[in-house]
Design a protein around this ligand. Structure first.
Ligand SMILES: NC(=O)c1ccc[n+]([C@@H]2O[C@H](COP(=O)([O-])OP(=O)(O)OC[C@H]3O[C@@H](n4cnc5c(N)ncnc54)[C@H](OP(=O)(O)O)[C@@H]3O)[C@@H](O)[C@H]2O)c1
Length: 270
């Protein structure tokens, strides 16, 4: 198991992280040193392979029993410091960080890279029926740009606070049509996408066959109740589940599962 605990040196002088940022900024031209951190992040920096032009990484931090928050929506913090740093690094490597409306409602997050050197990504909030008010932090002026994505038939102006509104088709099974959304984001230059949660949003990308990679951090916590990490149609047999290979990395006391999905879709979602 690779050990990618946060370095003891100040993050600003971590040479491996600096090399990864250079690699990102130079479109893959700058060399990457052999290192567990490189093994973890190089696939995130690979050129998008899908026809929609996007490389999409989903990520969740869950308890051992598969919960991402308590039933009342409290999720800070399931993972430890290493997982928080990992999350901020993924933000820094990607063009956009994507979250569902439920996460904005519960957490009112900033979605910036406060814990590591590197640029803050464009923030993309998926709110199908445009139920969120404009007072959440991501919609106020002063931070990185924000896109509010709602359904084509959702009412309202083309701005939402300081955010720009992008309209996308609905999915027949609820929420937005993720396959239709990806080319719309790519056309705006948002090609490397970090889907940071919550569980329903990551599950909708998974069900649509739109995840190239999945990072799941498992923390040594049992809740016994709460909001689930993954929600998919019911599988009748174990064989109906999605089976895959994974690489394991230590993040302090947590374990990170790095899964190459290559846009695989669970059998129950075909
Ligand atoms: N541990 C982690 O890694 C992690 C990461 C992120 C978030 N979280 C936690 O996950 C929870 C949220 O996850 P989630 O799976 O419930 O949702 P989510 O994926 O963040 O958001 C998607 C869902 O939010 C719905 N929604 C719920 N309340 C809403 C409201 N008041 N206004 C607008 N839309 C609303 C959306 O409706 P539509 O069906 O209309 O689209 C959609 O079903 C929060 O408690 C957050 O703290 C944990």
């Amino acid at each position: 198991m690779a050990d990618t605990e946060p370095p003891l040196a100040p993050p600003g002088v971590d040479p491996i992280w600096s090399a990864l940022l250079r690699h990102r900024d130079q479109g893959g031209a700058a060399p990457l040193p052999a290192d567990p951190l490189t093994a973890l992040f190089a696939p995130v920096l690979a050129p998008p392979a899908a026809a929609d032009g996007c490389l999409v990484l989903g990520r969740l931090a869950q308890t051992l029993d598969g919960r991402i928050a308590t039933a009342s929506g409290s999720s800070q913090w399931i993972g430890g410091e290493g997982d928080l740093l990992h999350t901020h690094r993924l933000r820094a490597l990607c063009d956009a960080v994507v979250v569902g409306a439920g996460t904005v409602k519960h957490d009112d997050p900033r979605l910036t890279t406060r814990n590591c050197p590197g640029p803050s990504p464009t923030r993309v909030v998926l709110d199908t029926d445009r139920r969120l008010g404009p007072d959440y932090g991501v919609f106020t002026a002063g931070g990185p740009p924000t896109l509010l994505v709602c359904a084509e038939d959702a009412q309202g102006p083309d701005r939402h606070g300081a955010a720009t509104v992008l309209r996308a088709p609905r999915s027949a099974i609820g929420g937005l049509d993720i396959c239709a959304l990806l080319p719309l984001l790519a056309a705006r230059g948002l090609k490397r996408l970090f889907v940071e949660g919550g569980g329903l949003t990551v599950s909708r990308f998974l069900a649509a066959g739109c995840l190239d990679r999945l990072h799941v951090t498992v923390a040594p916590v049992l809740l016994g109740s709460g909001i689930p990490a993954f929600t998919l149609p019911e599988a009748a047999r174990i064989a109906d589940g999605l089976r895959f290979d994974w690489e394991l990395h230590r993040l302090g006391r947590d374990v990170l599962f790095d899964i190459a999905l290559h846009r695989a879709r669970p059998g129950v979602c075909q």
